[in-house]
Design a protein around this ligand. Structure first.
Ligand SMILES: [Mg+2]
Length: 323
């Protein structure tokens, strides 16, 4: 059984204690008090992680679930070109759960928080009658007007992705097909690294016209950029489109083009930049690859060799959703 609520909060408070010049008050009052910096805007994201939907005891260690829980929120902060400040964590825990699981979860969560200088500044705990629920909220900051939105892409902009794609889905497929031991599988599925430093660089250099993190698969997340950017440009004209060159898509070890296009949970960044923008091939140690361009005509196309381009369907994470 987990520790009783009061004792558990006291333990988390002790583990989470950190100095942050923007955190006036963290855990231990009715609200957290964050200091606003002048000229900055706040960005806020929430993310829900549910046992049986997003992870399973059989496949995911508590440490990895804790890491993933915060990483998903941080990846959304990165997608805005923002810097994370504070996280808020609400846990629904079954009475049958050993406290060791909670401790391991917190270790994974707080290790990542420390790495990115994020303070766990509050949350809630309740008993869950059906499995573990972890709800994380992350607050970040960005200089006024500098958040990188999904809606800023223009026809002719070049499309880029960070890292390599499909690795997380490939690992999940291996888990479903056989009994691989965890240690032999790729780490991106269990310990995704949010691309905070890449995002900061893109914001500071004003390189990206639009950005999103790839959580549901390249095809699905690129469609969001096309839709939002089209709607912003001209509501009646509708969505923009995109052409993707199959040979350019960076494919993770053990994955294939299908998993790279449609698999989810890679938490890489997908962004667009003007044709004349000088985007480095590597930022903060992460590869940055040009994979296609934005078109005025709506619809997404996949160009494979010299064959006639085919439609790039929007089919993301759903396939692999049944964990
Ligand atoms: Mg996102």
């Amino acid at each position: 059984m987990p520790l009783a609520e009061k004792a558990l909060i006291a333990r988390i408070q002790k583990l989470a204690r950190r100095d942050g010049h923007q955190i006036v008050r963290g855990i231990g009052d009715d609200c957290a008090v964050l200091r606003r910096q002048s000229g900055e805007e706040l960005v806020i994201t929430t993310d829900l992680l549910i046992e049986g939907t997003h992870f399973s005891h059989e496949w995911h260690s508590a440490d990895s679930v804790g890491h993933k829980c915060l990483s998903r929120g941080l990846s959304d902060i990165a997608a805005m070109g923002a810097d994370p400040i504070a996280a808020f964590l609400s846990l629904g825990l079954p009475a049958s759960l050993p406290q060791k699981w909670v401790d391991d979860f917190l270790r994974g969560f707080l290790r990542l928080a420390k790495h990115y200088n994020v303070t766990l500044a509050g949350g809630d705990i309740a008993e869950s009658k059906s499995g573990i629920v972890a709800d994380v909220m992350v607050v970040g900051s960005v200089p006024r007007g500098k958040a990188i939105l999904r809606s800023g892409a223009r026809p002719g902009d070049i499309i880029y992705v960070t890292g390599a794609l499909g690795g997380s889905a490939a690992t999940l497929q291996q888990l479903m097909r056989s009994k691989h031991t965890r240690s032999r599988l790729g780490s991106r599925h269990f310990y995704p690294e949010p691309r905070i430093a890449v995002a900061r660089y893109l914001r500071e250099k004003r390189l990206a016209t639009s950005m999103i993190d790839i959580s549901d698969g390249l095809s699905t997340d690129l469609a969001h950029i096309c839709e939002e950017s089209g709607a912003r440009r001209n509501k009646r004209a509708g969505s923009l489109g995109a052409s993707i060159v199959a040979d350019l898509v960076p494919i993770a070890n053990g994955a294939d083009l299908n998993l790279a296009l449609y698999g989810g949970e890679d938490y890489e960044l997908l962004f667009t930049a003007g044709k004349s923008a000088r985007v480095p091939v590597e930022i903060a140690g992460v590869a940055v690859t040009e994979i296609g361009w934005i078109t005025k005509e709506k619809g997404m196309q996949l160009i494979e060799g010299t064959r006639k381009p085919r439609r790039l369907e929007v089919k993301g994470w759903e396939h692999f959703k049944k964990v």
